[in-house]
Design a protein around this ligand. Structure first.
Ligand code: HEM
Ligand code: HEM
Length: 188
């Protein structure tokens, strides 16, 4: 199996980074849009795609932990190393914790989860009023909701630094950092 090297990233690394990364960007945008504007029609889509991505995020995180973090493509300053490392940790933790906390909020909140018509977790309907759902575990669902909310905004800050860093390396430093994550072999 091909692993990450200084000159080239494994195809698995590149594929999982972009598949999970671009999906997460889409979910951050739809998540904020739908909850701020009460667009309930988007909730089932957000929940279904967020649930599916968990099954790609899990192998991605295991792959990253087994492989270790990539060796820097060029000579960064120590402060850049530190910042990149903090940002990568926030992003990799969020890759797992965003779908898990969303699931906790929804499923333990009694709302259930359907993935494109297939019921994965049934809603917890009230016996007295079958139109209403009741939480399965109120405290844990609230905890999940709080993690989902605060981590979501933390990811946006981390992601802004992440993208700014990638562009700085590409445009100002003109090193191979971004090219390597696009699957290219670099020479430095
Ligand atoms: C347009 C958006 C993005 C760009 C341009 C981008 C670019 C990059 C680049 C160039 C690297 C390699 C850094 C290095 O060699 O040290 C990288 C690594 C990484 N990126 Fe992104 N990224 C983006 C979105 C995301 C998103 C949304 C996430 C997760 C929420 C993410 C998580 C990570 C992680 C954890 C790494 C460390 C290496 C790895 O685990 O494969 N990125 N990114
Ligand atoms: C990587 C996956 C995910 C990302 C990046 C993400 C991101 C977000 C963001 C940024 C928000 C707006 C902030 C908030 O109100 O909490 C949000 C809202 C929401 N997300 Fe997610 N989400 C993901 C997965 C999930 C999953 C798997 C579920 C449930 C199964 C879910 C359920 C919800 C719900 C119900 C809301 C609305 C909360 C409200 O109206 O207060 N999310 N999501």
């Amino acid at each position: 199996m091909q692993y990450d090297s200084h000159n080239k990233f494994a195809t698995t690394t590149v594929f999982l980074h972009w598949l999970v990364g671009l999906t997460i960007i889409g979910l951050l945008a739809t998540g904020i849009y739908m909850s701020e504007n009460g667009v309930y029609a988007l909730y089932p889509w957000h929940k279904a795609i967020g649930f599916i991505i968990l099954f790609v995020a899990l192998p991605r995180v295991i792959w990253r932990m087994k492989n270790g973090w990539p060796i820097a493509a060029a000579n960064y300053k120590p402060i850049e190393h530190k910042l990149a490392s903090i940002v990568h940790w926030v992003l990799i933790i969020a890759t797992l914790m965003m779908p898990i906390s969303g699931l906790m909020a929804s499923v333990l909140g009694g709302h259930g989860l359907s993935v494109f018509g297939i019921e994965v977790f049934a809603p917890n309907y009230s016996v007295d009023d079958p139109e209403k759902t009741l939480p399965i575990n109120y405290e844990l669902s609230k905890l999940g909701g709080a993690i989902h909310f605060y981590l979501g905004y933390t990811v946006i800050v981390a992601l802004s630094l992440h993208i700014a860093g990638a562009l700085k390396h590409h445009i100002i430093d003109k090193d191979g950092t971004l090219k390597r994550m696009l699957g290219k072999t670099i020479s430095e």
